[in-house]
Write a protein that binds this ligand. Structure first.
Ligand code: PLP
Length: 302
């Protein structure tokens, strides 16, 4: 069912501000550091973490129109968009990278999207790569029968999303000196950094390899706020080879973190941010007395 009135995501009762939780962790305590977790994974059972922060303003802006967005075969963003569509009565279309997937049984992530009512439209990798080119995009919308749809980019990081993530920074004012988080497109970092108070800084841990993110985050901030905002930097050493790459060391780290603290650790993003933070604490990167916060931007699936 598609409603003509703009749906209000606030009707889904998000838990905002999300909880801030202090952890006792000797790897930080022995350096004189406090460790906090910003539990954005608890905002909503289905619109989890930064997905809520990015999607909520877009759901409002879509004003009842079909939402079309983009992702890979295991995209957290596609699943969250599909869930939002079901919960708010909005039509959703997911453009999925890899036309070969169209002929195979859906993996659990895409099956979840389909069960939530998302119409899946598979495109070849080269078309997918050029999806921000206006002519290619127009062709995709036409082929998907979604020419009037509201377009949300891959990862959900547009201007609305970046402004939505500003609230994450504002909620952390007065809590921490340094706020660390994992970055994909950089939209969450761009908004978070803009919302922090002077004297606080944000530290992004890219999960993709390539070193392109400083330019991207700066561009996202310029589009959303007119200029670079807040104090932020990136540490490119913890991507473990790139998106969705892990390894025994990262897996062991994540399992150990889960056992120490009883918190499920999402492996593609959150594990890399936590690993980076522990490594930085160990290197003595933070002065004695610093409070560091890690944003729990997601939850493992399934
Ligand atoms: C769990 C999780 N954490 C962090 C990110 C990175 O967010 P961004 O693309 O805004 O950098 C994503 C991707 O959207 C994600 O799914």
């Amino acid at each position: 069912m598609t409603s003509s009135a703009a749906p209000d995501p606030a009707a889904l009762s998000p838990r905002l501000p999300s909880p801030v939780q202090e952890l006792a962790d000797d790897r930080f305590a022995r350096r004189g550091l406090r460790l906090l977790l910003k539990r954005d994974d608890l905002i909503h059972p289905e619109l989890i973490g930064n997905k809520w922060r990015k999607l909520a303003p877009n759901l409002r802006a879509a004003a009842g129109r079909t939402i079309i967005t983009f992702g890979g075969a295991y995209s957290n963003h596609l699943r969250a968009t599909a869930a939002a569509g079901r919960l708010l009565g909005l039509r959703t279309v997911g453009v999925v990278r890899g036309e070969e997937l169209a002929d195979r049984p859906l993996n659990p992530s895409l099956a979840r999207c389909a069960a939530d009512g998302m119409r899946l439209h598979f495109v070849d990798r080269s078309t997918y790569r050029s999806k921000t080119d206006p002519r290619t995009l127009a062709g995709i919308l036409r082929a998907a029968g979604a020419e009037d749809a509201y377009v949300v980019p891959e990862g959900g990081s547009n201007t609305e999303a970046v402004r939505g993530c500003q609230a994450l920074g504002e909620e952390l004012r007065g809590h921490a000196d340094v706020v660390a988080l994992a970055c994909g497109t950089g939209g969450t970092l761009a908004g978070l950094a803009a919302g922090l108070a002077p004297g606080q800084r944000a530290l992004g841990i890219p999960v993709l390899r390539g070193g392109f993110l400083t330019t991207d985050v700066q561009a996202l901030q310029e589009r959303a706020f007119g200029a670079r905002r807040g104090t932020w930097s990136l540490d490119d050493r913890f991507h473990f080879g790139g998106y969705a790459r892990t390894g025994p060391e990262l897996d062991a780290f994540a399992e150990d973190f889960e056992q120490r603290h009883g918190i499920p650790v999402e492996r593609l993003y959150v594990a890399k941010a936590l690993y980076g933070l522990v490594a930085l604490a160990d290197e003595g990167a933070f002065p004695h007395g610093t409070t560091v916060a890690a944003v729990v931007t997601g939850r493992p699936f399934p």
